[in-house]
Ligand binder design. Sequence first.
Ligand code: SF4
Ligand code: SF4
Length: 551
Amino acid sequence: MNNTPRKLWDFQGGLHLPGHKESSNQQAITQVSLPDKLILPLQQHIGQPAEPLVKVGDKVLKGEVIAQVHGFVSAPLAASSSGTVIAIEEHPIAHPSGMSAPCIIIETDGADRWRWRRERIIDYTQLDSGELRNHIRKMGVVGLGGAGFPTFIKMNPRSGNIHTLIINGIECEPFITCDDRLMRERSDEIITGITILRHALHPEKVIIGIEDNKTEAWQAIRDELEKQNITDIELIKIPTVYPAGGERQLIYILTGKEVPSQGLPVDIGVICHNVGTVAAIARAIIESEPLLSRIITVTGSGVQQPGNIEVLIGTPIQHLIEQCGGYSSEPNRLIIGGPMMGFAINTDQVPITKTSNCILVANEKDLPQKGAITECIRCGECAVCCPAGLLPQQLYWHVNARDFDKAQDYKLFDCIECGCCAYVCPSNIPLVQYYRYAKNEIWYQEQEYQKASNARNRFEFRAARLLRDKEERAAKLRKKKAAIKKDGDSNNKKDAIQAALERVKAKKEASNIKLDNIDNLSANQQKMIDAVDQRRQQKANEQQQTDLRTR
Ligand code: SF4
Ligand code: SF4
């Protein structure tokens, strides 16, 4: 392990927030009991939803793929336990809008029977990066840190020149402690996942960043590096500032390089993975285990026994709360994610997905109600704390006026939705909700535009095809007519030649008439007759030639 101090860069903005982590980070990770039903949304990540491979009534085994990728940015979905598919239907999902989406619903049989894991990889070093990437794709691994980008895509960097692999062990959002516990308890999986990634990507440097307030996690990772005698991975303590765990912020802190606006880390030769994702990569490769479960923090004053639980994807939140002793009081708010970047849901029937990291059962003590929303007073506090260097109040005005073009000019899509601006706003304006709304609206409009554009392309293609068919038919007709005309012309010529020959023959026969007064001719008479015959013959030949030419 490299202990050379690394220069760190400060990103602008950010906040020092109360952590609220003690209530959940003291107990070891527990396993959740098997729920009666698993609700598996077909959309578990950024990109295209998967397509079902099963139908109602099918029996499925744990780990069996039940929905296959649809499009490039997509990940397959496996049954997280054995049972029977009882429905494929719309069901409420974890979404800020409270929307429903297509889900595969499995009634579990309690046996938790596995499919045969025939693809278990004994020695991953025998595989090249393409084979590792395909296997990780098949196992349905997506980023567990936030947006859920399919992991295999990050293993095929466009530039092909990755100099730094960063492992994100920062968990800066208040209340959430699942990555902290993972690092403390499963550091071996994390280091194995990192070595697999290193084998696939061949970066020059590997850096693990952990906040300086997570001393146990830092020590556990350090011990594991020493145990595995790994000396060329840097383990760096990062100052605890929110949102240091944002991908762009962490890359800047560690390298001093800024990811370009609208760009990706790969554009500057960096790949960043969350610790939970690398642990899932290790399981996917070493155990051939699809992404069937994840660790979730269940916390807040509204739940009896806060803690971290390993939970099957598709488990209803209600089941998790029951596992944590149930509600301690009528919850004020049920939030998926943390208080800064999470969103409130209005039912505990929604299922856990691959990207859910926290259930915050909050009451007044955790999240005091904000006062009434008032007019923006142009204090500029939001711009001071924005870690993305944006002008949040300008964005707010443009979004409020539905001037989405202007909002994009002010780099709306560089907003990481960290919530700092809304947190400090003295007017209590829910700024992030405005930005989320604007982004969704722009995406929706782009989708509609794309649909219209596809329809127009299809129409133009069809019109061009019909015109081409018509022209081809006309050309064929012209060709056919020309062929008939040619036939007619050639028949006429044949007839003319035949007539001329007939005439010559007739003349010849006429010239062969036997005359009575041509016997006993003198030599002189004969000579004269021959000369006349010769001239006549010559004339006939000339006439014949003339006839042939004029026909
Ligand atoms: S913090 Fe709130 S009140 Fe102040 S400028 Fe920003 S939006 Fe306006
Ligand atoms: S939510 Fe967006 S605009 Fe507000 S502080 Fe964070 S990055 Fe800046």
